[in-house]
Ligand binder design. Structure first.
Ligand SMILES: [Mg+2]
Length: 233
């Protein structure tokens, strides 16, 4: 599991460099293999200790946020590059705060308001996080199917598709919360990944900004993007 937490002002000592060199050497000796994240060991905490409703938006504009985002996407791409020959390979990606950037909405509505959220979704104009969009586009060019798994409701399918088209995002499946479904985010998303694998795909990387995007298994590797604006179980 990679949480991609950047450290502010961390000094690099000679000892650190030596340890890093020995570690990299060991990887080379072992064939340069990239370790799979044990996704079936990821759990959803009662709360996210980093979550803070008052400064989550501000954090998203910091260098540390960008570094954590870049680190997660880089790790996802590296893992895919090492697994380009997997049969029926696929990527699963969350949408909100992973692919879509809703900070304009979050800035205007710091306290979540469902009716305002639905109006924002209906505007179909959320921009993408370019790092994620570029990664998904690259993965698709390398033969990975791209499945978007979201707890947005089925009643927003048309709005979501038009927003994706507007942002030129190509994908192969869009899994959304069915009408009346009351499962937790984690349970619903795990069920969708199980369905995808039962259909014959191997989910090589699962990408999301919430622990509930990742917990539950059914992926070889998972990558956690930063989000201190909200927390979903
Ligand atoms: Mg999300």
């Amino acid at each position: 599991m990679k949480f991609h937490t950047a450290k502010n002002g961390a000094g690099v000592t000679l000892q650190t460099l030596i340890v890093a060199f020995l570690f990299v050497s060991l990887l080379v000796v072992l064939g340069g293999s990239v370790q799979a994240c044990p996704c079936n060991t990821v759990t959803v905490p009662e709360s996210d200790p980093q979550y803070n409703n008052t400064d989550g938006l501000q954090f998203s504009r910091t260098r540390q946020y960008r570094q954590e985002f870049e680190s997660a996407i880089s790790a996802a791409r590296l893992y895919c590059e090492k697994h380009k020959n997997v049969s029926h390979r696929a990527i699963v990606s969350d949408i909100d705060e992973t692919l879509f950037d809703n900070r304009e909405f979050d800035s205007a509505s710091p306290q979540f308001d469902r009716s305002k959220w639905m109006r924002w979704v209906a505007e179909e104009r959320a921009p993408v996080h370019k790092l994620t969009a570029n990664f998904l586009s690259w993965a698709r060019s390398q033969g990975f199917a791209v499945f978007l798994v979201t707890t947005r409701g089925e009643d927003t399918r048309i709005n979501t598709i038009y927003n994706l088209v507007r942002d030129s995002v190509a994908y192969d499946g869009l899994f959304m919360r069915p009408a009346g479904n009351k499962q937790t985010h984690q349970a619903l998303k795990t069920a969708f990944r199980k369905q995808i694998q039962e259909e014959g795909f191997t989910i090589v990387v699962n990408l999301g900004d919430q622990f509930s995007d990742l917990a539950g298994g059914y992926a070889d590797d998972c990558e956690k993007l930063p989000n201190r604006m909200y927390f979903h179980r």
